[in-house]
Design a protein around this ligand. Sequence first.
Ligand code: PEP
Ligand code: MG
Length: 573
Amino acid sequence: MPEGIGVSPGIAIGIAAIKNAPVQTESKVSVGEPEQELVRLESAIEKCRSNFLELNRNAKLTMGEEAAAVFDAHAMILKDPALIEGIKAEIMQGNSAEYAVKTVGEHFAQMFLQMDDEYFKERAEDVRDVISQLLGRLRGYDITENIAYESPTILVADELSPSEMARMDHESVVGIILERGGRTSHVAVMAKSMSIPVVVLEEACKMAEDGMTIAMNGEDGTVLFDPAAEPLETLRLGKERQERLRHAYQRMVGVGTSDRTGKHIRLLGNVGGLADVNEVLAQDGEGVGLFRTEFLYMNQDDLPGEEQQFAVYREVAQRMSGCPVIIRTFDIGGDKDASSLQLPKEDNPLLGYRGIRICLRQISLFKTQLRAILRAGAFGNIKLMFPMISCVEELEQALAILAEVKEELREEQEPFNEQMETGIMIEVPAAAVLSDHLASRVDFFSIGSNDLTQYVTAADRGNNRVENLYNPLNPAVLRLIQFTVESAHKAGIWVGVCGEIASSYKIMPLLLGMGVDELSVAAGTLLRTRYLISMLSHSELAETAQKALSLPSAATVEKLIEEAYGKDLKALI
Ligand code: PEP
Ligand code: MG
């Protein structure tokens, strides 16, 4: 049975449609004068740019901020001087615009492919998408046309570009099999947000035939081509089970979040912008536990001004009608770049100029965001949070700047929330170790386990080669979480977790057992998490958590979880 890599979960059964890449050769020598070719190029670039911006606006509504950001990145590529000047130089040598775009674009993509970092390797995919769109425009195709399929279709392709993904008929395509692509590729992110299962399987186009039945599992990477009755039945039952579970999650709307014993747990959603807020509301979240504001800075050429930010924060607060909204000041740097900030290239960006470190140096930038957040606080239940705090001095500086901003707003008689609760993320090991000192200076903690795990284990969260070490079940991570919870409670403040582990069936129960007061999870996983919590009992979990903290390794913790509740919960996801 062919086994690929599951990159977007879910089971799908449908009819194969093979998408073949069109073979096109470009004539090398230009037909028109270079000046005419340059005009054709400029016009194609402009049309592509406005198309990407439109795709971005539509994707924000249908797929969420993260998926939509892909198209802004595409529009940016079309502004890259190295690419555009390279193409123009090729045209000036007498070549056709098509030939110039294709050769220089491919050279550009190859540069990304040769980089060591997986993230940059995958950016080659973006460059190729942009180039193929540009070529389409030059050849006069309507690249905005939607691609229609029969229902239910399993699309088999060598690769798919984000633009093709956006134009695909989302109702009819129930699954996708690709020959190339990774777990963190844009297509995977987009497919997940649309709940379309995806498997990456080498030579899939050779194994499939148009019109044949295909059954696939995006969780474990299984693909069955023209399956026999028995394995098909097994997957069909799996699919039915998945649908039953989806209904069970849906029944959790309106019932609140509490464990088996009736103990209430605060369960909120993580958002990157307004589109994700809709999902929090649809999945009945109790509020927004983490608003990653960096997306506002990443999706545009210019820095977002105070009024633009104020309008977004106020709208989120109003839509959440009185429920808490925790706005985190931007955490740009590390693996998130924003061209509007023009950050210097660094050898170790994850250990470099990032988040609050930038804010404390570029104070007017920080103040603009603080003003917008404080003012929006007059319209809803907004709380403020600082990321990447690593020592008491940083927190004190941030609080001093916050006090200055409040004073300025008072003088201007601008309405704002004087009493806004202010907290910090605990995501740097130093902050966890110093959490007893930090706790007396803030109103809450939110544990950022994604970064905390990466910094405690010294394993880059985006690097597949050290994936085995990047493990939040490492007792070193768990002990720091436990100490942070104790510090918070001794100081009389609450503590939440907003990293990915908050929705993990393996780790979330340990967090509750350690006494975490609030969980904030990806908006799309809210109801599932609520369902899992309803099966647990906090007193049993406290015992399991204590045992886990005494164990020597992630593997032994994993075994303990498996025996205590892992098997039961796995059956519910
Ligand atoms: C975290 O580090 O756990 C976190 C929630 O922040 P981000 O994923 O945005 O770094
Ligand atoms: Mg973080």
